[in-house]
Write a protein that binds this ligand. Structure first.
Ligand SMILES: Nc1nc2c(ncn2[C@@H]2O[C@H](COP(=O)(O)OP(=O)(O)OP(=O)(O)O)[C@@H](O)[C@H]2O)c(=O)[nH]1
Ligand SMILES: [Mg+2]
Length: 310
């Protein structure tokens, strides 16, 4: 399967992603085997409020990069209900556009409550796309929660998409996302109020300086008409060369891996602890603690020690 995947076989790619996404038997072995082939893809994270035009922009960017002969993988992390229905439908309609082009591979993930956790599963799926030789991987998420912050953290370049009419709502976007945006896009700039959003962003920018010294540019787009797409691609290229010139890319990657390693450790240890303490046993132990027959502190220490040894 790995050979076929590396050769660009789309079916092998789909199968590998399913294996990883569903934590099907062999998923960990697969990722271990794929890891040496990763690290080449450019990871782009795109986030923003529901309906901001993220998928439309991703679609336009995909077309843009395809014209430059780059292969593209897209992971659409579906928004929470009540937006899910519309988003899935929207993504499907747009997907059909690309069916004739194996150079664009799109995967929708409706994985809230997924086995490995949303952020981790998304990271693992992007690893598969990377190993499959995709030049560019775009990850679309709705910027509403901690999960999304964790997901966009994976990316080399993070784009926050805002729209006119949000007004002071710019501040309701999860604070952590505002801070990690490398590029701001004001989409739907055909509507009134783009300048107002721009001023809001500038104000927020003036309050904080970034450690890497980069000033995130603000690009106005009308994604539904393909306006401003080249500028977005230009801003992406600018930021990448900024990272390269300042030797900042590796540091960023180290920071990302620090987060990911902690998460992987947490998952692995928790998984082991769960195996040690079966479901039935957990409720028995909980009852003992509730009845003050046992102290929970010692209990957790014991379970953790056994889990680490197993
Ligand atoms: N007027 C206008 N409409 C746009 C623009 N870009 C996208 N739209 C429309 O906005 C709607 C939502 O676009 P999507 O691309 O599905 O937005 P999204 O952010 O991916 O939505 P979710 O994934 O559901 O959060 C669609 O009807 C698009 O056609 C734009 O620049 N101007
Ligand atoms: Mg979408």
């Amino acid at each position: 399967m790995i050979e076929q995947l590396r050769a660009g076989n789309v079916r092998a790619l789909a199968r590998a992603i399913s294996t990883v996404e569903n934590r099907a038997p062999g998923w960990a072995e697969l990722l271990k085997a794929l890891f040496p082939h990763t690290g080449k893809a450019q990871m782009l994270g795109l986030t923003g409020p529901p309906g901001a035009g993220k998928s439309t922009l991703v679609d336009q960017l995909a077309h843009f990069y395809r014209k430059n002969n780059q292969t593209v993988g897209i992971i659409a992390v579906d928004p929470t209900s009540p937006y899910t229905g519309g988003a899935i439908l929207g993504d499907r309609i747009r997907m059909q556009d690309h069916f004739s082009d194996p150079g664009i591979y799109i995967r929708s993930m409706a994985t809230r409550g997924s086995l490995g956790g949303l952020a981790r599963t998304t990271a693992d799926v992007s690893t598969v796309l990377d190993a499959a030789g995709r030049d560019l991987v775009m990850i679309e998420t709705v910027g509403v929660g901690q999960d999304e912050v964790d997901i966009v953290r994976l990316a080399n370049v993070t784009i926050l998409i805002l729209v006119p009419g949000m007004g002071d709502d710019v501040q309701t976007i999860k604070a952590g996302i505002m801070e990690i945006a490398d590029i701001f896009v004001i989409n739907k700039s055909d509507r009134e109020g783009a300048e107002h959003v721009e001023r809001e962003i500038r104000t927020l920018q003036s309050l904080a300086t970034r450690r890497d010294g980069w000033t995130p540019p603000i690009v106005k787009t009308v994604a539904s008409q393909g306006t401003g797409i080249e500028e977005v691609a230009g801003a992406i290229a600018d930021y990448e060369s900024y990272l390269q010139k300042g030797n900042l890319a590796l540091g960023k990657s180290v920071e990302n891996w620090q987060e990911r390693l902690i998460e992987m450790l947490r998952d692995t240890l928790l998984e082991r602890a769960r195996k040690q303490v079966g479901d039935g046993q957990l409720s028995k132990l909980a009852a003992e603690v509730a009845e003050h027959k046992r102290d929970p502190y010692t209990l957790v220490e014991e379970i953790a020690a056994n889990a680490a040894r197993s």
